[in-house]
Design a protein around this ligand. Structure first.
Ligand code: TYD
Length: 222
């Protein structure tokens, strides 16, 4: 495959932090598992992880955040739970993996807080960024793949598979439309590290597009 030819010529000499962002049902976890399978086949050291979660404590915080009533948490308490989970995640999983020169594939990261809690939820974005910089090691991804999908498609996909972690999905349609729009705005703001992928195509097509982006990214960064 593409990526193999590309990577086999070069050795990864530093960890690479790749995040996947997008609205509900954008297919991030499917694409992460496709990519992980490919990297495993190529013997390329990597880990896959997710937020909120990633550590044992993070997974407990995840339950608090994603289950239960929409209005059960004060908005800043909610954000601080995401941030606490993220600090644990960085300290115990992400930073050690990067220092071992692994590729880290992470399902959501601080951009989700910026969009969900900040741009859509109305929390002060400067506070979100300050907490990130002060407590989350000022760590930002090397590359972020935004899987862009209209909520009416994403939510239908999700309804087919989802379980009890639906606190955020229960917000009304307008909320999800805003999430999609704000992610696109954020991607334009950070267009050096963002790549936007049309996630309404079929999953094989989307994966090929991701590989194309990675090919360019790796050729410039390794
Ligand atoms: P999850 O079931 O993982 O959703 P998805 O499959 O769409 O990624 O739930 C994560 C939810 O948490 C999702 O609705 C977005 C939300 N979230 C935030 O609001 N802020 C954050 O910082 C993070 C990491 C997630």
């Amino acid at each position: 495959m593409y990526i193999k030819n590309l990577l086999s010529k070069k050795v990864i000499e530093k960890g690479i932090f790749i995040t996947f962002e997008g609205g509900e049902g954008s297919g991030k976890s499917t694409q992460i598992s496709f990519l992980s399978k490919l990297l495993t086949e190529q013997n390329i050291p990597h880990i896959i992880t997710r937020e909120p979660g990633g550590t044992e404590t993070g997974e407990q915080i995840r339950k608090i955040l994603l289950q239960g009533k929409i209005d059960k948490l004060d908005p800043y308490s909610e954000f601080l739970c995401f941030a606490a989970s993220r600090r644990e995640h960085l300290k115990k999983i992400i930073l050690p993996a990067l220092s071992e020169n692994k590729i880290v594939l992470c399902d959501r990261f601080v951009d989700s807080s910026i969009v969900y809690q900040g741009m859509v939820g109305g929390l002060n974005e400067d506070i979100i960024l300050k907490v990130h910089d002060d407590f989350c090691y000022k760590k930002y991804p090397d590359l972020t793949l935004l899987l862009d999908v209209r909520p009416k498609i994403g939510l239908t996909r999700k309804n087919k598979i989802t379980l009890d972690e639906n606190r955020f999905e229960n917000f009304k349609g307008k909320f999800h439309e805003l999430v999609q729009k704000k992610f696109l705005d954020l991607a334009l703001r950070h267009n050096n590290r963002y790549r936007i992928i049309n996630a309404e195509n079929n999953k094989e097509f989307i994966f090929n597009e991701i590989i194309d982006h990675l090919k360019h990214f790796f050729s410039g960064n390794l």
